[in-house]
Write a protein that binds this ligand. Structure first.
Ligand SMILES: NC(=O)c1ccc[n+]([C@@H]2O[C@H](COP(=O)([O-])OP(=O)(O)OC[C@H]3O[C@@H](n4cnc5c(N)ncnc54)[C@H](OP(=O)(O)O)[C@@H]3O)[C@@H](O)[C@H]2O)c1
Length: 321
């Protein structure tokens, strides 16, 4: 990967989405302390303007002000979350559609709003959260490139895109990172996204690297208002079958005397030095636990065994993006 973009951060980052209560209640003052801890550990902070409709970026701004350590913040635009804004309807397979706007006017405005909420002069890494199905990729990426030229953004990335889109966008402006769901729980990125990312020398930033908590072994049932009820992998028979498969993975964690979360993250890091998992947690102790996965080296034999237990598509339940 382009080392210069990520030289100041650890290979495991921190995803801040869960601080908005998607996977259970979150307390704002604890959340700010949690963010300060992640920043001080040298982890990239991953957010989006849509997380908590701007609230997540506000929390990060508070954390940035509370520490001397320079934060590395990656944010995203494109999911419409303000009532007065319009966009294109995108089906996600999560049981509800998203509204996406990728026009150059929307991109410019979203960047200015994120800079203001975050209270920074430059965004370290800016992603298009999803591409707008009715706006040419060229228009969106060109608008992002303009922001780099203006000094508002340091590096750009794409999230939830196809390999072909990665290559096309990289012709317009270097793409530093592609964000996609990637873990033992969902390995489809290996088929085409990862080769494209490797081809252009970018980083693959893995969202839900713990399978939205599933791979930790702690998720056995979900509260009625838990966002993960929308995930086909955590519904009905799929959920039960997937939990059985997880037992085989947990046995390997026991052999290494590490937690299942650490095993899941060590496996990702072993896939390449351009793979950056961004696990989320509301607890500083878990941030430390997750970061410590960088000290774990899995043997070739273990990696082969994990391939057997969890090949691409092994965990049941399709998701579209
Ligand atoms: N680009 C996109 O479209 C997209 C989509 C989804 C997510 N993301 C990004 O990816 C980040 C991570 O994804 P995610 O939050 O969906 O899933 P994740 O990181 O795979 O899992 C988070 C869940 O795991 C639990 N957890 C974390 N560490 C743990 C540990 N060591 N032991 C036990 N449980 C643990 C957390 O609970 P506690 O809080 O209770 O610890 C939380 O419920 C997000 O925060 C967001 O920044 C991006």
């Amino acid at each position: 990967m382009s080392k210069s973009n990520f030289a100041t951060i650890k290979q495991i980052g921190y995803g801040a989405m869960g601080l908005e209560g998607y996977y259970g209640e979150s307390d704002d003052s604890v959340a700010v302390e949690t963010l300060v801890h992640a920043i001080e550990q040298g982890m990239m902070i991953d957010t989006a303007d849509a997380y908590g409709a701007g609230h997540n970026e506000d929390l990060i701004s508070k954390a940035i002000q509370r520490t001397e350590q320079k934060a590395f913040v990656a944010t995203k635009f494109g999911i419409v979350f303000e009532e007065q804004q319009t966009g294109s309807t995108l089906d996600t397979g999560w049981g509800f559609p998203l509204t996406i706007n990728g026009t150059k006017e929307y991109v410019a405005r979203a960047i200015d709003n994120s800079l203001e909420r975050l209270g920074v002069e430059q965004i370290d890494l800016l992603y298009a959260h999803y591409l707008d199905p009715n706006v040419a990729l060229e228009e969106t990426v060109q608008a992002m490139a303009e922001a780099v030229k203006a000094g508002k953004v340091k590096a750009i990335g794409l999230s939830n895109v196809t390999a072909e889109q990665v290559l096309r966008a990289n012709e317009i402006h270097p793409i530093a990172a592609v964000q996609y769901e990637y873990s033992l729980f969902r390995r489809e990125a290996e088929t085409d996204i990862l080769p494209a990312v490797n081809q252009i020398g970018a980083a693959l930033v893995c969202w839900s690297p713990l399978g939205a908590g599933f791979l930790t072994g702690e998720v056995k049932e979900l509260d009625a208002n838990d966002f993960r009820n929308n995930n086909p992998k955590m519904q009905g028979d799929n959920f039960a079958t997937n939990l059985e498969r997880l037992e085989e993975i947990k046995k390997i964690a026991v052999e290494y005397d590490i937690t299942p979360a650490q095993l899941a993250l060590a496996w990702l890091v072993a896939q390449g030095d351009n793979i950056i998992p961004i696990p989320g947690s509301r607890k500083t102790s878990r941030i430390d636990e997750n970061l410590a996965a960088l000290q774990v080296t899995l043997s070739e034999e273990t990696l082969a065994k994990l391939n057997e237990i969890a090949p691409i598509g092994a965990f049941k339940g399709a998701t579209l993006v």
